[in-house]
Design a protein around this ligand. Structure first.
Ligand SMILES: Nc1ncnc2c1ncn2[C@@H]1O[C@H](COP(=O)(O)OP(=O)(O)OP(=O)(O)O)[C@@H](O)[C@H]1O
Ligand SMILES: [Mg+2]
Length: 303
């Protein structure tokens, strides 16, 4: 089956700064693909190249077999990109914005109104439907922006940090929307700084660091790359007393428990699976930029 997106050797420099330094990736049709990386890694630049907004210095990219650089108009017909906030008109209401875009996309007046109502409900904006967008809060505006990107279902949907600025409930709702689109056949390419989000949502993840993909795979595959589970023994205050690595097998687990038993230490036993944070730190060598992605951070953000 033809791939949805193929990127080979993509390079982009801004002045002296090398932002994309030989980026390679392949996204399969119908999958949710997450490009995971810290601030400044080149996520938005990658999306800008793929959506024809920025031209690369070298390398190639195709979407559904169509060359991004030579056939931008063909590409634009097949994709949709959030961050089309420019399309949001402050003077119009939420409904009017959605209906206008739906009409421009070729829907009948009635179908456009139905689509608008459905999207307003899905993004929890029904109460604000008749209010001018100029009066919306930042989060409401963000949700309307997202709703606009779902007016027409494209072959490939690009979402640049889609859940930034959303509260927990809206974030989880958006995850559901994204999953159901993918189930219906749309390929979703999203960027995120949230390891937990990539883990929850993506079929496959590419870890981006300094303009290169340093690892690709499912969350489970990435976790497997950095080793097995660890059996931990904690005291009553949650302080870590002992930890014994295991290979994930039953006999390995039994041996680990024997080691703890023989040590004579009393406490509570837990099994810790490697997190994507561990993966990221391992793969990128825990540079200053990436070390801020601790498990605590992503839990706090997503709590
Ligand atoms: N038009 C531009 N002119 C100059 N430098 C740019 C331009 N666009 C991006 N950059 C630089 O390229 C680097 C990568 O930016 P990019 O926006 O792709 O990163 P990102 O991974 O999306 O980061 P973030 O998580 O902050 O959104 C940054 O150092 C940025 O300053
Ligand atoms: Mg960005």
């Amino acid at each position: 089956m033809q791939s949805a997106i193929v990127v080979e050797g993509l390079r982009k420099t801004f002045g002296r700064q090398v932002v994309l330094d030989g980026l390679d990736l392949e996204v399969r049709r119908g999958e949710v693909f997450a490009l995971l990386g810290p601030n400044g890694a080149g996520k938005t630049t990658t999306i800008n190249v793929l959506t024809t907004l920025v031209s690369p210095d070298a390398g190639s990219a195709t979407i559904c077999g169509i060359d991004v650089a030579s056939e931008p108009d063909e590409i634009k017909q097949r994709i949709s990109l959030t961050g089309q906030a420019a399309a949001v008109d402050d003077v119009l209401t939420g409904t009017e914005n959605l209906v206008m875009l739906a009409r421009l996309s070729g829907l009948s007046s009635r179908a456009a109104r139905e689509k608008a109502a459905e999207l307003l409900a899905r993004f929890d904006l029904t109460d604000a439907a008749a209010k001018r967008v100029g009066t919306y809060s930042g989060g409401m505006r963000r949700r309307l922006d997202l709703a606009l990107s779902f007016v027409v279902t494209p072959e490939v949907l690009f979402l640049d940090e889609p859940t930034t600025g959303l509260d927990t409930r809206s974030r989880r709702e958006l995850w559901d929307v994204i999953r159901s689109l993918a189930d219906a056949g749309t390929t979703v390419f999203l960027t995120t700084q949230y390891l937990e989000e990539a883990d929850q949502l993506a079929d496959r993840i590419a870890v981006l660091d300094d303009g290169r993909v340093v690892a690709t795979g499912s969350a489970a595959q990435l976790k497997a790359r950095i080793g097995g589970d660890t059996v931990e023994l904690h005291d009553a205050h949650g302080e870590l007393l002992r930890e014994v690595p295991t290979d994930g097998t039953v006999s390995g687990l039994r041996r680990a428990l024997d080691v703890l038993d023989e040590s004579g230490a009393e406490g509570t036993v837990t099994l810790r699976r490697p997190s994507l944070d561990d993966v990221f730190l391992t793969l990128t060598g825990g540079t200053a930029a990436s070390s801020r992605f601790t498990a605590a951070d992503s839990e706090k953000e997503l709590a």
